[in-house]
Ligand binder design. Structure first.
Ligand code: PMP
Length: 410
């Protein structure tokens, strides 16, 4: 990889206190950011400072602390609005995670808008979070779930995708980036094809937001979802972007405090969005942590980060392909920094356990994408995923530990 890269990874590494941690006497090589990201000091400090100095419940207090907490929580909404380039702050709903956001749309929008025999289109690349809620909706509404296929590289077959769009298709739910094999989907084309037919589009952005600039307005999707914990923020906070008219037309998902306008024993009326979808006390500190994470990322040149991460991916694919008996799963031309692979004669779980002995943390398993594993005819893979603090020397450690493991099993 290019030594001339102006990105200062050593300075970035100093932002992540977890790197001081040793695993089995070695500094940890954390190659599992696709599962959940590590947290920079800026996020940890923002959350602990909030709890230490200005904690209170939001929206209802008349006192100073509550007003401050409300201001920070609503400020986080503005931050996310700008981060996603949404037109209106009311288009940002805070939830627990991407899973909850997809379930909200499947329930609140799906139950209202789908009729028997209608179709929902997903792709073969989806995480279970973007499969199961649509299966449940299909059962409730007697609809059909259809799946756009991929080719051997792990790229969407765009012709097949387009031919599956019909007047029966009511929603297309597609991942921006595959968590299991890293494919970046050609969203502009896919969304344009759906929109030309008046079809609603939801994008699962869980794996995209940590790696690329996302502009929901220019994408033209109706819904976009992500989880804070993959974006350097705490776990427990997630986001649903929904275009304003769509959210306003939808009934609430959960009922309770904070989502109402008036309540009598006979009847309740609801708040406008986003409040309508934020019943109960939300993850206030999580939203503040998410805002700090976005602020932290704003300190970097996004193009430089992308170059660094792409460099790591290219280097990892080169080093791994030097190992005889290792097969990379998913060779899309446009990939996020994720590399999935299998090793001849060694189960991925054994590979993962052996790597851990060398302080190298990777993910093994089906990555909540069992149907995709079936397409590639593997039960599971080993997945290394990279973030802004990873280095080529950590990839060397991965390669070395893999080579030793393969030797033992030979
Ligand atoms: N979609 C994708 C592509 C993912 O990678 C994940 C998390 N692995 C999810 C959805 C679900 O995220 P969460 O568990 O935070 O709801």
């Amino acid at each position: 990889m290019s030594e001339a890269s102006p990105f200062d990874v050593e300075a970035t590494r100093k932002d992540f206190p977890f790197l001081e941690r040793e695993i089995r006497g070695q500094q940890v090589a954390f190659l599992d950011s696709a599962a959940s990201s590590q947290k920079p000091r800026a996020v940890i400090d923002a959350v602990s400072e909030f709890y230490a100095t200005s904690y209170a419940n939001i929206h209802r207090g008349v006192y100073q602390l509550s007003a401050e907490a409300t201001e920070k929580y609503e400020g986080a909404r503005d931050q996310v609005q700008h981060f996603l380039h949404a037109e209106d702050r009311r288009e940002i709903v805070f939830l627990r995670n991407a899973t909850e956001a997809i379930n909200l749309v499947a329930r609140a929008w799906g139950d209202e808008n789908l009729q028997p025999d209608d179709e929902i289109l997903i792709t073969a690349l989806e995480h279970h979070a973007n499969i199961v809620p649509w299966q449940m909706l299909s059962e409730r509404r007697s609809c059909r779930l259809r799946v756009a296929p991929i080719d051997a590289r792990g790229e969407i077959d765009l012709n097949a995708y387009e031919s599956l769009l019909s007047e029966r298709t009511k929603i297309v739910a597609i991942t921006h980036v595959s968590n299991a094999i890293g494919t970046i989907n050609p969203l502009p084309e896919m969304i344009a094809m759906a929109k030309a037919r008046g079809i609603t589009v939801l994008v699962d952005g869980a794996q995209a937001v940590p790696h690329m600039n996302v502009d929901v307005k220019s994408l033209g999707c109706d819904f976009y979802t992500f989880s804070g914990h993959k974006l350097f923020a705490p776990s427990g906070i997630g986001v649903l972007y929904g275009c304003h008219s769509m959210l306003e037309s939808m009934p609430p998902f959960l009922g309770g405090g904070d989502m109402i306008e008036t309540v009598t024993f006979e009847k309740s009326t609801y708040a406008k969005s986003p409040g309508k979808f934020e019943a109960g006390t939300p993850d206030i500190a999580g939203a503040i942590g998410l805002s700090a994470a976005i602020e932290y990322l704003k300190g970097f040149d996004q193009a430089q980060l992308e170059r660094w991460e792409t460099g790591l991916l290219t280097y990892a694919e080169k080093r791994l392909s030097e190992l005889d008996g290792l097969r990379i799963i998913g060779n899309a031309r446009n990939k996020a920094p994720v590399v999935s692979f299998v090793v001849d004669g060694v189960h991925p779980h054994d590979v993962g356990t052996a790597l851990d002995q060398s302080g190298v943390s990777v993910r093994v398993g089906h990555h909540c994408a069992q149907p995709l594993m079936e397409i590639f005819e593997v039960p599971a893979t080993v997945r290394a995923s990279f973030s802004i603090f990873n280095t080529p020397s950590e990839i060397d450690r991965l390669t070395q530990a893999l080579s030793e493991t393969m030797e033992i099993f030979r």
